[in-house]
Design a protein around this ligand. Structure first.
Ligand code: PSU
Ligand code: MN
Length: 302
């Protein structure tokens, strides 16, 4: 299926055909989520971490109009160097990129779509998009949430950062029937810190339990994925007051500068990184690696 538009790398294809564990990784985090060269280094470290934990990594992007599952090192380096010059590609962007034979770095939503086409069930990232603060007037709600409701891929993340309205994000996921699970925690992690004050739906304690939940969801045959939240390890967490004030200031600047739409998340991520003197980037790298480890273990348990 999808011969003309989907390109699965030889390694990913071999792993899928042999029934070996495979996990998807996104690429907006490379182009728009982190600065060069840490973005490329992190993407390559994520691939290594997946392999070390028994799963083949499929980093996903659109290259020359092909929906690619599995990139070469050169392609990852290209996305990292180009940075925000590459199109940030969510669900609505994919048809145009294919038709124009263009490149795109895929968000959580677009990565889920391509992973599902390739037959990949587990996906690791840093944080997902959600309901933005002030969404009651801007209606800025990430397409990631709708994707979670309709595409059968389990997304492992470190929760959501407080650039979003976490309470409304959870309400949205509840309405859409998306299970929100915590790894060894009842509390939704807040990306840079393990604590948000909001509860997840269920706490699970082993990769096997997540694998069983994913299999049960697939067996029911209904659409949609699930959100697996994995708290940042305490030793890499940011002090809450430092990160909260950086986020408040970045939000205020975004508002003053009239930043809107798809620019919002990359603007806030970059400003928070600058305002914390790179400390938030160090935390970000560690939490992504931590998520890749868990995703690989879940894929291996399936
Ligand atoms: N949150 C992060 N890091 C990221 C993103 C979100 O902490 O890199 C990226 C992901 O690719 C996510 C996208 O899918 O931003 C969401 O963008 P938007 O809010 O425009 O849907
Ligand atoms: Mn948005």
């Amino acid at each position: 299926m999808y011969e003309n538009i989907l390109k699965i790398s030889p390694k990913v294809k071999a792993a899928l055909e042999a029934g070996k564990p495979v996990i998807a990784l996104e690429s907006t985090i490379i182009s728009h989520g982190m600065p060069y060269p840490q973005n490329v280094e992190t993407a390559l470290r994520c691939e290594e971490m997946a392999r070390k934990n028994g799963a083949e990594p499929a980093t996903i992007a659109v290259i020359g109009g092909k929906l690619c599952a599995g990139l070469t090192e050169e392609e990852i380096d290209y996305l990292g160097r180009e940075g925000t010059k590459v199109t940030k590609a969510s669900r609505r962007d994919l048809p145009m990129l294919i038709a124009k034979k263009a490149d795109g770095a895929t968000t959580v939503a677009a990565t889920m779509i391509i992973a599902a086409m390739a037959g990949i069930k587990v996906f690791a990232t840093g944080g997902i998009g959600g309901v933005h603060r002030g969404a009651e007037t801007t209606m800025d709600i990430s397409a990631d949430l709708e994707e979670m409701a309709q595409t059968p891929v389990a997304v492992v993340c470190a929760g959501a950062k407080s650039i979003l309205d976490l309470g409304l994000t959870l309400e949205y996921l509840e309405t859409k029937g998306v299970p929100v699970l915590g790894y060894k925690t009842k509390e939704l992690p807040a990306f840079y810190t393990p604590h948000s004050g909001f509860a997840v739906d269920y706490r699970l304690d082993t990769p096997e339990e997540f694998a069983a939940a994913i299999s049960a969801q697939r067996e029911m045959g209904y659409p949609g994925g699930m959100l697996i939240t994995n708290p940042i390890p305490e030793e890499f967490a940011m002090p809450k007051d430092v990160i909260d004030s950086a986020i408040e200031r970045a939000l205020k600047e975004a508002d003053e500068q009239g930043i809107k739409g798809k620019e919002t998340t990359p603007f806030l991520l970059a400003r928070v990184c600058e305002l914390t003197g790179g400390d938030s980037l160090a935390s970000n790298i560690q939490l992504v690696l931590n998520n890749v480890r868990l995703a690989a273990q879940i894929a291996a348990a399936m």
